[in-house]
Ligand binder design. Sequence first.
Ligand code: HEM
Length: 128
Amino acid sequence: PSARTFYEEVGGEPVFGALVARFYEGVRSDPVLAPLYPQDDWEGAETRLRRFLEQYWGGPTTYSQQRGHPRLRMRHAPFAIGPAERDAWLRHMRDAVDSLDLTAEQDATLWGYLTMAARSMQNRFPDE
Ligand code: HEM
């Protein structure tokens, strides 16, 4: 039998659902981040992020069936993401990861990816 995916190991859809629900609760009330998001489609934004993360970690491939190749840097190009936006995004994500019941190793795996991905999504680099 093939090895269990990280998606399965941490608990599958309920866990990814809880992660993004908690994350968007924070984002919706964040004065820096909230204005960037589609105000009439918070539910859609939540679903897109959940499905992307599920797919990334070996779960169902619904994200790409519905959205095609992720090309995340390109999809974030319309949004000005500088250090403040990146740090706010990571702060809400840290809070959401903390709300899960992961082992230290699972936490490190997930958090390592999220911090790397958030840095790569930054597209504004103001001078010091
Ligand atoms: C979409 C902001 C980082 C994954 C979006 C959207 C915004 C946004 C405003 C549009 C919402 C929507 O309609 O779906 C940001 C900011 C970030 C950040 C400010 C700070 C660094 C990330 C990271 C990931 C990610 C690190 C992945 C680990 C996604 C995905 C979508 C999305 C999958 C939906 C793409 C689509 O199919 O259209 N993001 N994002 N974002 N973001 Fe981010």
